[in-house]
Ligand binder design. Structure first.
Ligand code: GCO
Ligand code: MG
Length: 402
């Protein structure tokens, strides 16, 4: 079997998605997600100008060799743009492999270790009262794990809380919005938020929180320590991902579990965090972390250190990535949890999916490969619209992490 064609499909049903379609001489095709929020066109250019010409003529069965061709074979390797392209290629090839062998992806990577995958959703509100109502809605819907973010008194707009009270979508059309951040107010507020959530919903629900890279190590240590009584499932990105040593200080001061790495893209970003046991969950998703081939290695290494998967699954990752993540987490032994923000209804006009939410879990059917399809005609109805993630400044105007 040979790859005869590959194309990149960009569409914007509510938000931008980039999808790679690899087609073979036997008519079988595979899909890979290549969406990098706010930087979509960079991945498109890399795929179209550099990767696709080198894919033509290769045997799609050789997932390992092709992965190394696009990783090792590229002198300027690593980085979000290149690794998203590598991920898309890898996903599409595993999709083809599953279709050729007429079996779901999970069967190719170990089979079922479980029947369903525990997921967490996002609850939020402008203040604690509204947030409690939102948590209640998700508990009512059957979610067993809820990420809780809330507006903070004195900060005009906070990460994780939509301005218009609709669905949460961080990218905005046009150039980047500027937001304002105040860490002292945040640190004073969050323990009270979780005290109220536990008081209202008791101990039988998993609670998660995303600090979104905004603390220094000592601030994050205080936060993790003060949140201990509320037994979080995890505290996410307490410090910026690139500050790996910062995780040491947090560990010395608290036993709140830590999830990190949605902005990572290789095993090397994780290696010392694993060997020193500084974290508990892997956030790096299939779409940005080198695809199934690479994440299998990351998960295998993590398993030695009792670290579990907890992949990023925001709505800016397409249904192709979400389905691949469900397959992956059906199969690996060290599964922790998967983020699940349901896509807007309009996304189903372009992508048909094979997963469904039931009683706090995602389940996937037995369609071969990844099991998601794209309607290219429908995709054309939703042309790309430039959108950017916000930037963040401290109250005195200093540039900060978003
Ligand atoms: C999460 C993430 C998202 C990101 C977004 C960026 O934990 O779900 O932090 O909210 O900010 O995916 O594109
Ligand atoms: Mg996050």
């Amino acid at each position: 079997m040979k790859i005869t064609e590959a194309k990149v499909i960009v569409c914007c049903p509510g938000r931008n998605f980039v999808t790679l379609k690899i087609i073979t001489d036997q008519g079988i095709f595979g899909l890979g997600d290549a969406t990098l929020n706010g930087m979509e066109k960079s991945v498109v250019a890399y795929l179209e100008n550099y990767c696709i010409p080198s894919l033509i003529g290769r045997d799609p069965a050789n997932t390992e060799d092709i992965w190394h061709y696009f990783y090792r074979g590229v002198y300027w390797r690593r980085g979000a743009v290149s690794m998203t392209a590598v991920s898309a290629i890898d996903m599409a090839l595993w999709d083809i492999k599953g279709k050729v062998l007429n079996t779901p992806l999970y069967n190719l990577i170990g089979g079922k270790s479980r029947d369903k995958v525990l997921v967490y959703c996002h609850a939020y509100g402008k203040n604690i009262a509204e947030t409690l109502i939102d948590v209640g809605k998700y508990v009512e819907k059957g979610f067993r794990a809820v990420r809780v973010q809330s507006g903070i008194p004195g900060i005009e707009h906070t990460y994780g809380v939509p301005k218009d009270n609709k669905h949460y979508e961080p990218a905005h059309k046009g150039l980047a919005h500027e937001e304002v951040w105040d860490t002292p107010r945040y640190l004073n507020f969050v323990p009270e938020l979780f005290e109220k959530v536990r008081e209202t919903f008791g101990d039988n629900i998993h609670l998660l929180h995303d600090a979104h890279h905004r603390c220094t190590p000592v601030e994050a240590s205080r936060l993790a320590k003060e949140l201990e009584p509320y037994h979080l499932f995890w505290l996410e990105d307490p410090v910026a991902g690139e500050l790996q040593e910062g995780l040491r200080l947090i560990r010395q001061h608290s036993v709140t579990p830590i999830a990190i790495g949605e902005v990572f893209n290789t095993i090397f970003d994780y290696s010392s965090l694993f060997t020193e046991q500084l974290i508990d969950y892997i956030r790096m998703p299939i779409v940005h972390g080198g695809g199934i081939t690479h994440l299998l290695k990351v998960a295998a290494m993590a398993s030695v250190y009792h670290i579990n998967t907890g992949f990023h699954g925001a709505t800016d990752l397409s249904p192709v990535n979400l389905a691949a993540s469900v397959h992956f987490n059906m199969a690996v032994n060290n599964f922790g949890i998967l983020e699940y923000m349901p896509h807007q209804e309009i996304v189903s006009e372009v992508f048909s999916t094979n997963y469904r939410f039931e009683d706090g879990y995602l389940k996937i059917d037995e369609s071969p490969g990844i099991g998601v399809d794209i309607d290219e005609k429908a995709a054309k109805k939703f042309p790309y619209a430039m959108a950017r993630l916000p930037v963040n400044r401290k109250t005195d105007g200093t540039m900060f992490n978003w």
